[in-house]
Ligand binder design. Structure first.
Ligand SMILES: Nc1ncnc2c1ncn2[C@@H]1O[C@H](COP(=O)(O)OP(=O)(O)OP(=O)(O)O)[C@@H](O)[C@H]1O
Ligand SMILES: [Mg+2]
Length: 332
């Protein structure tokens, strides 16, 4: 009896054979799937849709695209590089309402640099892309940070990429992005100087607490590029509010910048660690130290001593927000 010869297949033939088998089965599989879909098409889709949990249609904010149009725009409060801010009113409450218009500096400059054929071809649209991104960045940052001295976002409506609108006074027809923040009063250096020393010390403590929060934030140690008089307001609860987060930067500077542009810092993996916190402290001290502490109205030597100490602390080069807060709080 002839011995049964084992099937002799070399390596390449084997792989080819396997591929043919797999292809054959996949073909059968696809035909099966198709027939299932053909037979139960609509039923399957409807059933699947029913199992998807839809997000709640109302956000946790006071305003969204459904009711933003109910805010009445009272008057413009400021126009900057990328956005305009209006005083808004809703049910007697005041709000700061922000959106991009064709009149903000960056859009005007950008459109002005376009050639007439580019304008005719609708390229002006590209000029609003950056401002819209910035206003959305402000919204996203506000949503991720939570501190009593940072202005609170109370709603927004993000609809599209253009800033045209049929009725410029009606927020519900704005086609770009609208952000609504709580309203706060202007706080000038002169106003600060009218406050008594306890109020000034309270402001200094609030600011140092906020600086510490920014340094330790979930977004990294944040650089608040515009931390100065124009961006610090007074909230309705008589506590300061920092506004305008669209220039916040959660990345530390790289060490290869010119030395004079960097604060003394430790270079780690090419990054200047601690730069952002020091830069914020520098801005705070430069803008507010004098207003908070110079020429105080004093009525006792104890207060005189406290102010002297506070003044020294606020001018201390290289102090951290944490230490500043501790020392200021101890003076209270
Ligand atoms: N929450 C607020 N409450 C009261 N007033 C506000 C508020 N936010 C902004 N403002 C007013 O609007 C002005 C302009 O707002 P903001 O500083 O946010 O924009 P900007 O820096 O001028 O613009 P950009 O960032 O586009 O250059 C502020 O100086 C302030 O007077
Ligand atoms: Mg700004």
């Amino acid at each position: 009896m002839a011995a049964i010869q084992p099937l002799k297949i070399n390596g390449n033939k084997c792989v080819f054979f396997l591929l043919v088998v797999l292809y054959h089965y996949r073909l059968m599989d696809l035909q099966g799937e198709r027939s299932v879909i053909d037979n139960h098409d609509t039923e399957a889709i409807v059933n699947r849709r029913a199992t998807i949990t839809l997000p709640p249609d109302k956000s946790s904010f006071a305003f969204d695209c459904n009711n933003i149009g109910e805010i009445e725009l009272v008057k413009p409060m400021g126009k900057g590089v990328t956005k305009e801010t209006y005083l808004g009113k809703y049910k007697g409450e005041e709000y700061a309402v922000q959106f991009v218009t064709k009149d903000v500096i960056s859009v005007k400059d950008c459109v002005g640099n376009l050639k007439s054929w580019e304008v005719a071809a609708g390229h002006a649209r590209t000029c609003t892309a950056l401002p819209l991104m910035k206003i959305m960045k402000g919204i996203l940052i506000a949503m991720q940070l939570n501190h009593p001295n940072l202005i609170r976002l109370v709603g927004f409506c993000a609809k599209g990429e253009t800033v045209e609108s049929e009725d410029s006074d009606n927020l519900s027809t704005k086609s770009g992005v609208v952000a609504v923040y709580e309203y706060a009063e202007k706080l000038t250096i002169q106003n600060i100087e009218l406050l008594d020393w306890e109020q000034r010390l309270a402001i200094a403590i609030d600011m140092s607490d906020m600086l510490q929060y920014l340094e330790e934030s979930r977004l990294g140690s944040i650089l608040a590029l515009e931390f100065g008089e124009k961006h610090v307001l007074m909230g309705k609860d008589n506590r300061i509010r920092l506004i305008d987060f669209d220039d916040f930067d959660g990345a530390e500077r790289s060490c290869d910048r010119p030395k004079h542009k960097l604060f003394k810092c430790n270079c780690e993996n090419g990054v200047c660690k601690g730069h952002n916190a020091k830069s914020n402290m520098f801005r705070f001290q430069r803008s507010f130290a004098d207003a908070l502490l110079d020429e105080p109205v004093l009525d006792s030597s104890r207060k005189e001593k406290i102010l002297k100490k506070t003044r020294r602390l606020l001018r201390k080069y290289n102090i951290t927000a944490t230490v500043l807060k501790q020392r200021l709080t101890a003076l209270l």
